[in-house]
Ligand binder design. Structure first.
Ligand SMILES: Nc1ncnc2c1ncn2[C@@H]1O[C@H](COP(=O)(O)OP(=O)(O)OP(=O)(O)O)[C@@H](O)[C@H]1O
Length: 227
């Protein structure tokens, strides 16, 4: 079973005269271990597609199968359960400012009610070392650079062993060098674990990390090309 299998998906915002279709007949498959980038102009529907696949928004029409679950008609409880199996990475990192890097990463392990606190902290520390942040575990986000904060986000997204990583413009706020480093790190970490990635990006500098690039235009997935 492919981790993502989207078939003839349509999506609209608003009602009546304000109704606006933003996804039209989108089909997309992401296979096990694949890194797929989603590109396209602003407003073409990339983030909407990512939030539907991430079970952050209800599916209206078509089929959206993620990690073996069909999301059309899924109850909120099922969507919550699915979200726990997905690692999310966002442009602005979404780390909690009053927690240390270690605590931010360890939070992603709270979904396991029987894991002792000490083990959560130890696993978070090991994951931070794996993303090159050994020695920075006790810093809060304000005391890390933008690239380091995104490394913490990567550690947080991967620490619980998700079946899938969804990333929305993870390098947009970074300069060229740290953006490239973060993109390659994410690819390498996911590849070594066999975790598929679907990443929305405007950043032409990181297209090289993709196994496949899907372009969106006006709500349609118009092309699938090798980078
Ligand atoms: N919650 C919402 N309510 C109404 N319209 C929305 C909502 N979210 C997005 N839209 C509209 O849907 C269209 C697609 O938005 P979406 O964010 O999916 O595009 P995008 O390709 O990710 O754009 P960007 O690259 O600028 O983030 C846009 O025209 C946007 O204004």
């Amino acid at each position: 079973m492919d981790p993502i299998h989207v078939g003839r998906l349509n999506h609209a915002y608003g009602d009546g005269e304000l109704r606006r279709t933003v996804l039209r007949d989108v089909s997309l498959t992401v296979q096990a271990g694949e890194v797929v980038l989603l590109t396209g102009p602003s407003g073409s529907g990339k983030t909407t597609l990512l939030t539907l696949i991430g079970a952050l928004r209800g599916v209206q029409d078509g089929s959206c199968q993620v990690l073996g679950r069909e999301l059309i008609g899924a109850a909120e409880g099922e969507r919550v359960a699915l979200r726990r199996r997905i690692g999310f990475i966002f442009q602005n990192h979404n780390l909690l400012g009053f927690l240390t890097a270690r605590q931010n990463v360890a939070m992603a392990l709270e979904i396991d009610p029987v894991m002792p606190e000490g083990e959560r902290m130890a696993r978070a520390g090991a994951m931070l070392a794996a993303v090159g942040l050994a020695g920075h575990e006790e810093r809060t986000p304000a005391h890390l650079s933008g690239g380091q904060r995104q490394r913490v986000s990567i550690a947080r997204a991967l620490v619980a062993g998700p079946g899938l990583v969804l990333a929305d413009e993870p390098t947009a706020a970074l300069d060229r060098v740290s953006g490239g480093e973060v993109a390659h790190l994410l690819r390498d970490m996911a590849k070594s674990r066999g975790t598929p990635i679907l990443m929305v990006t405007h950043d032409p500098r990181i297209l090289g990390i993709a196994d496949r690039v899907v372009a969106m235009e006006d709500g349609r997935a118009v092309a699938a090309a090798a980078p």
